[in-house]
Design a protein around this ligand. Sequence first.
Ligand code: HEC
Length: 117
Amino acid sequence: MMRKALACLGLAVLALSPGVGPVARGETNRGINKAGKQIFVVSCAGCHPGGGNVIQHNLPVIASPKLSDFDTFDRFIRKPTERDGSRGLMPAFPTSRLTEAQSRELYDYVAGKFKKH
Ligand code: HEC
């Protein structure tokens, strides 16, 4: 039991290490992007459980215009702002915290789950 939990933890850590992520593109086509989900759970879900927003209820991830395409999303998480362009409460995610590859995995997951269709 314990050993299984540890193995799981090891996998999670692996998945988060830059350059090691299971960048199995094909996985995206089969549904949930697991690497992206893991990043979301670790880095975003604290403030955005279920795609909501516990700090600012009126700016959830769900149906956000920032999910329209990858570039818009990437620009936003690198330097998050309020809708009026002012600095808000969301922490920035520079490439030192989230590589471009990780940002893409994250976008795949988040857009697949929360983008307005
Ligand atoms: C410490 C809390 C916190 C964390 C962690 C956080 N956010 Fe946010 N997020 C916010 C707040 C607060 C806002 C509202 C805008 C602002 O104040 O900066 C927001 C807004 C957003 C929006 C909507 C913006 C809009 O204008 O529609 C998206 C999309 C988003 N966050 C994605 C993410 C992603 C993806 C992550 C993880 C990489 C993340 N957030 C991590 C607090 C957080």
